[in-house]
Design a protein around this ligand. Structure first.
Ligand code: ATP
Ligand code: MG
Length: 406
C-alpha cells in the first residue's frame, strides 16, 4: 500500500495558495486537472446530498481521493457540513474518532484546531471563554472521556449531533476505510450500530482494497452488509478507469497549448496506449513530457519525445512500483506468477526457474486479482491493469541498458 502524500485532514481553505504544478502528480489533484470525472462527480454529489451512503472502491491511484475531495467542496458550497478522514492515518480508535469530530468542526466553524483547543480546555490549560467556537460543546464529551471505546462511540455520534444542531446535511467521507479494521476487533460493528440511526448524515466509504471492501459491504452476516451502495469509479461510463479517452485528448491539447506546445491526435493516442489510460501513470507521463520539452525548448510533441518521456516517467514511478512489488514478496509464488503474467508466459508450464504447483498458481492469480493488479482477459489469460507496472516488472531481472519489450 502506498503512503498518502497528503495530510489526513485536508485543510478546507486553500484560497490564496500559489498555483500548483502544470501537471500535478502525487497527491489529490485540483478540480481543473481532474480529467474525465465530471459526470461521476456530479452524480456522487447529488446522491450524497440526498442522503445516500456510497461505497467507492477501486484500484490504486485512479483518483478516488481527488474525486471525493472535490465532491465535498461542492457539497460545502451547497451548504452541507463535511468531514474527510483518512483511516490509514489513525493509530487507534480514539484517534479515528477525534479526526472525524475535528474535521466536522473545522467545516462548521470554518477553522481548524477545535479538538486541540477542546483538549486544552478539558485539561485546564486554557479558559473556555478565550477561544471562540460556536459548537465546541459537541466535542467536549469526546476529549473528556477516559475510556477509548466510549470515546470512539461518542466520536461516531458527532455527525448526527452536528446535523441535528445545525439543521444542515452532513456528509462524511472515510478514505482507505478498510484500514479502520486494524484498529480493533469490533470497529465495523460499532460503526454500523452508530451510523444506521443517524438522520441527515450521508457516508462515503472509499478504499483501494476492493476485495476487502466488497466483502465488508457485500457479504451477508458482515457488519456493514448492504449499508452502502457501490458507485463504481473504475468503469464509470464503460471506459477504462472510468475516463473517456476523448477527455484526455481535450485536456492534453488545452494544457499544452497554454504553454505553446502542440500535440497531435496520434501522439495523445500513443501516450494513452503506453499507460493504458491509468490516471496516475498518464499524468506522470504528461508531466515528464512537459518538463522535458520545456527544458529543451521544444514546441511540437513527436513520437520520439513521447518515448523519451515514457522512460523518464517509468523511472519516476520506480519507487511506488518497488513498494508494491515488495508487498507481493510476502506471499509465496506471488512474484513468480506476477512475472509470468507480465511477460505473457504460460502460467502452468514447467520452467527452468522452478515449477510452481498448479494450485499455487491459481491462488496467486486470485490474490493478484483481489489486489486489483491483474484482470482476466480470457480463459486462463490475465493482464496487468496498469501497463507501466507490467513494464516495470518485465525489466526487473534485466541488466540496466537492455530494454526488453513484449
Ligand atoms: N481524473 C484524473 N485526472 C488526472 N490525473 C489524475 C486523475 N485521477 C488521478 N490522477 C493522478 O493520480 C494521482 C493520484 O490521485 P488520487 O490520490 O486522487 O488517487 P487515489 O485513487 O486516491 O490513490 P490511492 O490509491 O493512492 O489512494 C494524482 O496525483 C494525479 O496525478
Ligand atoms: Mg486515495
Amino acid at each position: 500500500m502506498t503512503q498518502p502524500m497528503y495530510p489526513a485532514v485536508v485543510p478546507l481553505l486553500s484560497a490564496g495558495s500559489p498555483p500548483g504544478p502544470h501537471f500535478p502528480v502525487g497527491g489529490p489533484v485540483p478540480a481543473e486537472d481532474l480529467v474525465g470525472r465530471e459526470p461521476y462527480m456530479r452524480s456522487t454529489t447529488t446522491r450524497l446530498s440526498e442522503g445516500e451512503h456510497l461505497l467507492i472502491a477501486g484500484p490504486r491511484r485512479i483518483g478516488k481521493t481527488s474525486v471525493i475531495l472535490e465532491v465535498l467542496r461542492r457539497l460545502r458550497r451547497m451548504g452541507a457540513v463535511t468531514a474527510y478522514v483518512d483511516c490509514l492515518g489513525a493509530t487507534d480508535i480514539r484517534g479515528l474518532a477525534e479526526r472525524l469530530a475535528g474535521s466536522l468542526l473545522a467545516s462548521v466553524e470554518g477553522k481548524e484546531g477545535a479538538i486541540e483547543d477542546a483538549r486544552a480546555i478539558a485539561s485546564g490549560l486554557r479558559a473556555r471563554g478565550r477561544i471562540r467556537y460556536e459548537h465546541l460543546e459537541l466535542v467536549m464529551p469526546l476529549v473528556r472521556e477516559a475510556s477509548a471505546q466510549r470515546a470512539f462511540e461518542i466520536g461516531l455520534d458527532v455527525p448526527r449531533a452536528v446535523a441535528q444542531r445545525t439543521g444542515r446535511r452532513v456528509v462524511v467521507a472515510l478514505d482507505e476505510f478498510q484500514a479502520a479494521g486494524r484498529l480493533g476487533p469490533r470497529v465495523f460493528d460499532v460503526m454500523r450500530s452508530r451510523f444506521q440511526a443517524q438522520r441527515g448524515v450521508a457516508y462515503a466509504f472509499l478504499g483501494s482494497e476492493e476485495g476487502i471492501l466488497e466483502q465488508l459491504f457485500g457479504e451477508k452476516g458482515r457488519p456493514l452488509y448492504r449499508f452502502a451502495v457501490a458507485h463504481d469509479l473504475a468503469e464509470a461510463g464503460g471506459h477504462r478507469f472510468g475516463i473517456d479517452p476523448a477527455d484526455w485528448h481535450a485536456y492534453l491539447v488545452r494544457k499544452l497549448r497554454q504553454k505553446r506546445i502542440a500535440i497531435g491526435e496520434t501522439e495523445v493516442d500513443r501516450m494513452l496506449d503506453a499507460t493504458g489510460g491509468h490516471p496516475q501513470d498518464t499524468m506522470q507521463l504528461c508531466a515528464a513530457l512537459y518538463h522535458f520539452m520545456r527544458e529543451q525548448g521544444l514546441r511540437t510533441v513527436t513520437s520520439e519525445l513521447v518515448a523519451i518521456a515514457y522512460e523518464v516517467a517509468l523511472r519516476e514511478l520506480e519507487r511506488p512500483f518497488a513498494l508494491h512489488w515488495s508487498d507481493l514478496g510476502t506471499q509465496k509464488y506471488l512474484q513468480a506468477v506476477a512475472k509470468r503474467i507480465a511477460r505473457g508466459e504460460p502460467l502452468y508450464a514447467a520452467r527452468p526457474d522452478g515449477d510452481v504447483p498448479r494450485a499455487e498458481v491459481l491462488r496467486a492469480v486470485t490474490s493478484l486479482r483481489a489486489r486489483g493488479l491483474v484482470v482476466r482477459t480470457g480463459r486462463g489469460r490475465y493482464d496487468y491493469l496498469e501497463p507501466m507496472f507490467a513494464e516495470h516488472v518485465r525489466r526487473l531481472d534485466v541488466a540496466p541498458g537492455i530494454v526488453p519489450s513484449r
